[in-house]
Design a protein around this ligand. Sequence first.
Ligand SMILES: Cc1ncc(COP(=O)(O)O)c(C=O)c1O
Length: 476
Amino acid sequence: MSTPTLHKAYDSALFAQEGESLVALLATALSESINKQRDTVTNWVLPEEEYRFWTSFKKEEHSTLEFFKTVLSRSIHTHHPKYIGHQVAPTVPVSALATLLSAQLNNGMAVYEMGQASTAIEKVVVEKFTEALGWEDGDGFLTSGGTLANLTGLLAARKAKAQSDVWNDGHDTKLAILVSEEAHYCVDRAARIMGLGDQGIIQVPVDANFKIRTDLLQEYYDTASAQGLEVIAVIGSAPSTSTGIHDDLGGISAFAKANNLWFHVDAAHGGAAIFSKKYKSLLKGIDQADSVVIDGHKMMGTSSITTAVLYKNSADSYATFSQKAQYLWEQNEDPEWFNMAKRTFECTKSMMSLRFFAIWNAYGNQFFDDFVSTLYDAGRQFAILVKEAVEFELCLEPESNIVCFRYVKDLHVSEYDVVNKKIRQTLLEDGEFYIVATQLQKGYYLRTTFMNPFTTQEHMKELLKKMRVVAMKITE
Ligand SMILES: Cc1ncc(COP(=O)(O)O)c(C=O)c1O
């Protein structure tokens, strides 16, 4: 029996009215951010205080629209040009609209019948990637984030390279992977989930430019093998998260081929550069990978979370999982590209293909070229400004939109970390800019990632100016 509450919850007129108001609200926020009418990127509040606020937020006192408005006012604004923090894209509005469409349709995607359009669109989207990678027999699928995508790629590596059938029989040898010490922590997490443990995660040092030491790969591999480890894969970062530096993919690929290893590229951040005429050379060698991960919600402007896992050989994209699910499909052995759950970690999956396709449909590859090229250019521009400013020290020449630097003026080396930590915390609490930080072997560095194509040199100069003032107060 339907009830008055159920009727109200599904009232189409109310949906239209609230939906219109929400889109208007978001459009205003977008315009205020981009047109410099919003003063702050974030209004920082401590977690417990924020929690208290929401526990006292009462249904009786607030309409849905007030709820939306309140969330907006208490959230970080990735569309603000002074948002120069973590690697999350300011969503392209058309991608956000596609997300709304998918959220309301809620097609489950596990099997074709539960996601007819979005499944076929996913194949089209994957083909755009594999074409850009230059793969004739490439294939893949979309999954929920780079973390899960890296795990999925490494599971495929295990299936392809481990001598035993781990999926069915469990482990009887100690498997291992070779990975840069600068790789994103999710690779380590994936390896631990796979049971590789400390010994199986062989961290290869980086050189002075934060690139994996390809000259050490063979030695590390030989030592691991001599210790009885079965190395199955080597991973390249394109780029690594902390510094935005790209590993030498060509060099890693040659090593992988020589030793019959799986070559996985974590291009969650920079894979989108395959669409950038100016910067795609940074990814030289990526076409030699067996699997590649590219996040849409980082450098492609989609809403979160939307990730492509791509395989050079189509068959590998079917090999990872082998599961009987009688209620979903009859033919267990038949690849059936259209029954997505056979290949994805997820069973129910969001219709994330729409988020990519909406951008392609509206603006074509040009958008991705412009987006990546503009943001990587911004990284370079900022590095020049940092080098020109006597108060700051650039960590290293950026290759992408990630730039690490620190305040050093009149400081003893022993004071660098503590002062820069204070600068970062003060900026967070102030809220006008949002930048982050990273701990590198040579110290604590402030870290900016230019995610917003509307961040100009003026914003960059303002940031440095503000930091000088903050630093002076801290050090006086
Ligand atoms: C290189 C790299 N790989 C993987 C990830 C994890 O991706 P996600 O946040 O989509 O799970 C990140 C996130 O910053 C990253 O920078």
